[in-house]
Design a protein around this ligand. Sequence first.
Ligand code: ADP
Length: 165
Amino acid sequence: MDIDAVRGDITAQNVDAVVNAANQALAGGGGVDGAIHRAAGHRELQEACQKLGGCETGDAKATPGFGLQARWIIHAVGPRWRGGDKGEADLLASCYRRSLEVADELGAKSVAFPAISTGIYGYPSEEAARIAVDTIMSTPTQVEVVKLVAFDEATYRLYEELLSS
Ligand code: ADP
């Protein structure tokens, strides 16, 4: 599998599936979630999400990509950072693992991930980047290309360092 760090906007990635940093209600929100809803088409995506009946933290569920270049959106619910001793690391790892499992069920060969939980949910970027890279590398999957999409330069550098070591 190829894992690449990319600096940019998750909604512009030309991949089979993009991962959304969603919330348990799958009700839309700010950050990545807001950008994906705008780019995919708010109404259609909202309707598709409603049918999924929510999603537990650490789990992931798919909808079509609608207006996105990506054929599917995999909605993963990251943990809110609560100091680090509330199981956050396992839940974040679970998001990456479950997203790859859902990608396999869909037959997606290329997947783009945002830095789940590191925005509104407050997860420290460095730890989150390490969990992302470690989990993707250790999860058995048919996915051939993973893009780690960093919105800012600091996150991009973290990914580059982790991927080159
Ligand atoms: P969470 O609620 O899981 O923390 P956020 O969407 O608030 O999710 O943020 C997750 C990360 O995604 C943050 O590092 C944020 O800077 C980044 N981000 C925000 N918008 C985009 C976008 N359009 N494309 C890629 N990354 C984004």
